[in-house]
Design a protein around this ligand. Sequence first.
Ligand code: HEM
Length: 283
Amino acid sequence: MANHGYIPHNGIATINEYVQGTYEVFGMSKDLALFLGVFGVLMDGDIPSLSFSIGKGENSILGLLPQNGLTGSHNNYEGDVSPTRGDLYEYGNNYELQMSQFLQLYDLQSNVSDPSQVNYNMDLLTSFRLSRFQQSIEKNPYFFNGPITGVLVQPAAYQFIFRFMANKSEEYPEGRLSRDVLKSFFSITGLEHNLVYTPGQERIPDNWYKRAIGDEYAITSLFLETTANALAHPEFLSVGGNTGQCEYPVGGKQFRMLCASGGSNGSPNWCCRTIGGRTRRAG
Ligand code: HEM
């Protein structure tokens, strides 16, 4: 939105600008945008000007109080298991796209040879989230699935990809998310097997249509879809994280981690992992 001038180019905007911009560009309902925007100001923004930065937050509009911005918001608003952005403690960077993660998503349609049939729909994004969730558990020694960042924000990041980026048409009222549209929103160019990421060049694709007026994606839509996903995959609700070193060393380099499965008695479900090796229950 900043690239197209729907919010200021420096990426610092007021709640009102986020509400207007997300409605105009994507058809996000104003209640949902207001909710997300207020949370952004409270967690990482500048309260006097009711603004926050989508990047680093050193420049508030009034310059009165320091703010983190969404980039500096790790485990406040921004969290682990993002679709294309890496986990902070895995990559030391939580704002740039990781090509390996983008390709994981992109390749989920590699078996579809007719480009007009490609669609990165919700089912596909949910299976992408499942594998990203498992990856963070296994690869990020300080992975944390928080009650807000993990349980509420993380699903939105996946659902928004289809709900907002998919191109709406008479044939596809819910939208169809093609390879080209996905690439454009994520600033990817180049042909198959030679894709290139250029930070900051995210574009609204040509001939792209947002959600119909009256069919805005609202808080209730987000809530119902998130709940349905959580019921189908209860591991998404496990709040907790890896805690660095394992307390039950069995040799090699290990960390103590949250297991994605098991734990039927409701107790924390910890595992010891030898990196590159087997996982065992830690107690
Ligand atoms: C006021 C409005 C919004 C706020 C405050 C907001 C905030 C955030 C935050 C904090 C994250 C990081 C979550 C994480 O750690 O994964 C995020 C990620 C994301 N948001 Fe938004 N968002 C807003 C609107 C939108 C809209 C309209 C879209 C439409 C496409 C969108 C798409 C995404 C996507 C795709 C990601 C995940 C990026 C990735 O890892 O690939 N957001 N948003």
